[in-house]
Design a protein around this ligand. Structure first.
Ligand SMILES: [Zn+2]
Length: 65
């Protein structure tokens, strides 16, 4: 592994660690929602939030199609 490859991997690792804070910082005010951070593409992440079925915040959300 050359220097360029090591730097690229270090940059990706730092980026991933930054994104993991998003997951750790999210808390639903009404339930014990589980979260999962998914990388869609390099540099593009989606935070999935799994609310309890009885969660008022979840129930107030408009339905998705
Ligand atoms: Zn919730």
């Amino acid at each position: 592994m050359n220097r360029q490859e090591r730097r690229r991997k270090a940059r990706l690792r730092e980026e991933w660690e930054d994104r993991r804070h998003l997951q750790a910082d999210y808390e639903c005010p009404d339930c014990q929602a589980d979260t999962r951070l998914v990388q869609q593409h390099p540099g593009l992440y989606t935070l999935l939030v799994f609310h309890d079925e009885t969660c008022p915040s979840y129930r107030a959300m408009p339905p998705t199609t």
